[in-house]
Write a protein that binds this ligand. Structure first.
Ligand SMILES: *[C@@H]1O[C@H](CO)[C@@H](O)[C@H](O)[C@H]1NC(C)=O
Ligand SMILES: *[C@@H]1O[C@H](CO)[C@@H](O)[C@H](O)[C@H]1NC(C)=O
Length: 306
């Protein structure tokens, strides 16, 4: 197609008209070649993106001057840290033969969401006059309602995102228009003003400062890390018998930090991890720091006092 006449250059030997035709032909070829090279470049970028991110992180750590070896080693360590975190999350070490799964409903994609596991034996179980603190409702009351119906617990439900005033949701269920945070104050989220309180402020406000909280449910969309750190730091998880928490793995590879925090629940508060359930509302997502590894990022985890 590009052979024959095309080889008889230079242009000056030909008429202006056919010269333009030849230039057009070569421009066509150049377009094809650049499309191919461009695609290859984009594919390479996609594959190397995790490494480029890591490289940037190295810069933050002021290690950029170091050799490529330490960069590769760091990537390896990071992946090992991810595997350690997943092993911890997916393999609870405590067993519970009397596990009760409460609440949850099928989402639009027919997948289950919002179910929480409670262990009735052999720990303290749920006391006669049990108290449940449930953070993050999003108009989904199934857990709060069923724990009250089945065990007669007094339920305190909190959610600042529903635009609802404090009210009695039903028999034994009180709703509060506030969120749990690591400070007392107001924040603005998508135009709404949210009233935030720390766990200790809420305990004091509701007169539960010296009480054991039978179940603490945290379903707070990524804020669980700062809140957990605050509660652990103040030693308040020692007065909680069950912790049911939805965890959202971060978008950055902070695997070691997350694992250290989860371990503190057992080491400092004496709770035992007995259940993890995949929250399959979201499809598996790309794991930061890996080329093409897709895993579940949301889990319903549960700990109890043994
Ligand atoms: C909490 O309990 C301790 C000891 O049992 C008691 O001294 C203290 O006054 C109680 N505090 C409140 C606010 O009830
Ligand atoms: C839960 O998610 C993990 C991580 O993606 C996966 O390895 C495991 O097979 C999943 N388990 C179930 C029961 O879907």
């Amino acid at each position: 197609m590009y052979g024959g006449k095309g080889h008889r250059f230079p242009c000056s030997a030909l008429s202006t008209g056919s010269c333009i035709t030849i230039i057009r032909k070569y421009l066509g070829l150049a377009a094809y070649v650049s499309i191919i090279i461009g695609t290859a470049f984009l594919v390479c970028c996609a594959f190397w993106l995790p490494d480029i991110r890591l490289w940037c992180k190295l810069g933050e750590l002021e290690q950029k001057g170091q050799s490529m070896d330490s960069f590769l080693l760091m990537r390896q360590e990071e992946r090992a840290a991810y595997d350690r975190l997943m092993r911890y999350i997916l393999h609870p070490q405590a067993h519970c033969l009397t596990m009760e799964v409460l609440g949850g409903k099928r989402g639009r994609n027919k997948k289950f969401d919002g179910d929480k596991a409670i262990c009735l034996e052999p720990g303290p179980g749920l006391s006669e006059d049990c108290i449940v603190y449930s953070f993050g409702i999003a108009n989904e009351w199934s857990f709060d309602e069923s724990i009250h119906e089945m065990f007669g617990c007094k339920v305190f439900s909190f959610d600042p995102s529903m635009g609802m005033e404090d009210h009695r949701h039903g028999d034994g269920i009180m709703f509060f228009n506030m969120g749990i945070g690591e400070f007392d104050g107001k924040i603005t989220v998508t135009g709404q003003t949210w009233n935030m309180r720390t766990f200790d402020s809420i305990l004091k406000q509701l007169g539960h400062w010296n009480r054991t909280i039978d179940v603490l449910k945290l379903d707070i969309e990524g804020a669980e890390y700062v809140v957990l750190e605050d509660i652990l730091g103040k030693g308040l998880l020692n007065h909680v018998n069950h912790l049911c928490m939805e965890i959202h793995l971060p978008d950055n590879p902070y695997w070691t930090r997350v694992l250290r925090l989860l371990r503190r629940i057992e080491e400092e508060a004496g709770l035992r991890h007995f259940s993890t359930r995949n929250n399959t509302q979201m499809p598996p997502m790309r794991v930061p720091g890996f080329y093409a590894r897709y895993e579940q990022h949301f889990f319903e985890m549960a700990w109890y006092r043994h």
